[in-house]
Design a protein around this ligand. Structure first.
Ligand SMILES: Nc1nc2c(c(=O)[nH]1)N[C@H]1C(S)=C(S)[C@@H](COP(=O)(O)O)O[C@H]1N2
Ligand SMILES: [Mo]
Length: 323
């Protein structure tokens, strides 16, 4: 599949079957109405063409603009079946192929996200409120620190739209994120595999960057549990572990917050964790990667290919020391 085909138009049988499963799950969870409304809004009405204008021209122009902003990667998209069966989500299973099964039936309604800390208007947002923020499709590369990568057509909204609602104060310099803590629903939280809950963080300017999104779906549908339902962070220029799943709390803070993998291995996983082919992990090179579904390894791109958009955030910073 390429970005020439809108993911919402894909009729591949496997995708179709998966969609039916998602829809059934959505109905079971009582979310059908909101979900249907949300994704109907994503499918725009047929374009009204001016006289002499051809649909192909209009669509091409729109997509070219999208590519220029770096929001729509022009590389084959990873099949849905791979994205949903090759996961890192230690709350459910430490084996990538086991997460989908272990997370099946994860209940994501009701769900609320508290946005708090150094803000003028702290608030708890119900998921349905967050789904009313205009949802956009973003086709991003995802590069795991382990050396594999995917191209994922997310649905979501820029995080800055949410942060602006709570009005960060001038003291706020970082944003801290937290995954749900509920050992009854996330079975591995009964064991000390990581220090729970999973936590992550960004500098405020990184969090406000237009590429940083809260994802609520992929491939035109609701996010499946194994990929961080019902809402997760996606920061495409950083290693995948920064993109924290199933988020319940977002706190604006003054100091660099603790982050899960940095707590586990401070010499291996830095706070910034920008994708950088020139800075090796202590135990392996980061110069190249295996794109899921491809045979040959690819060269890893600086900032995962988003340098044009984000390099200026790190001007004057030593990216080796601040790895
Ligand atoms: N809460 C939580 N978030 C998480 C993880 C996790 O184990 N727990 N794994 C991270 C890692 S290492 C990666 S590579 C991505 C994987 O996202 P995906 O399974 O949707 O591809 O999620 C990240 N977010
Ligand atoms: Mo990862």
């Amino acid at each position: 599949m390429s970005d020439k085909i809108k993911s919402t138009e894909i009729t591949d049988k496997q995708v179709y079957l998966n969609r039916r499963l998602f829809m059934r799950a959505a109905v079971l969870a009582g979310t059908a109405t909101a979900t249907t409304l949300l994704y109907r809004r994503l499918n725009p009405q047929p374009l009204k063409l001016a006289e002499g204008e051809k649909l192909d021209d209009v669509v091409k122009v729109t997509r070219e603009e999208a590519s220029k902003t770096g929001y729509l990667v022009d590389e084959p998209q990873t099949p849905l079946a791979s994205i949903t069966n090759y996961n890192n989500f230690y709350e459910f299973d430490t084996s990538k192929s086991g997460v989908a099964h272990a997370a099946k039936g994860f209940v994501t309604r009701p769900w609320a996200v508290s946005v708090e800390g150094l803000v003028n208007k702290p608030r708890v947002f119900d998921l349905d409120e967050l789904l009313q923020i205009r949802q956009e499709e973003r086709v991003y590369r995802l590069r795991c620190v382990e050396g594999w990568s995917m191209v994922i057509p997310w649905i979501g909204f820029p995080l800055h739209k949410l942060l602006e609602k709570v009005e960060p104060t001038s003291q706020a310099k970082y944003v801290a994120f937290q995954t749900l803590l509920d050992p009854n629903r996330m079975p591995n939280q009964k064991f000390g595999i990581l220090s729970w809950p999973y936590v992550e963080g960004l500098r405020l300017d990184e969090a406000m960057h237009p590429l940083t999104i809260m994802a609520t779906g992929m491939y035109g549908e609701t996010l499946p549990p194994q990929d961080g339902a019902p809402i997760r962070l996606v920061v495409p220029w950083k290693y995948g572990f920064k993109s924290i799943k199933s988020v319940v709390k977002i706190s604006l803070v003054a100091d660099e917050p603790p982050t899960t993998w940095n707590i586990e291995g401070p010499d291996e996983y830095g706070f910034y964790s920008n994708v950088n082919p020139n800075v090796a992990h202590p135990r392996w090179s980061q110069a190249d990667e295996r794109r899921i579904g491809e045979y040959n390894r690819r060269k890893t791109l600086m900032f995962n290919g988003y340098g044009e958009q984000v390099a200026k955030l790190y001007e004057g910073m030593d990216l080796v020391r601040n790895f």
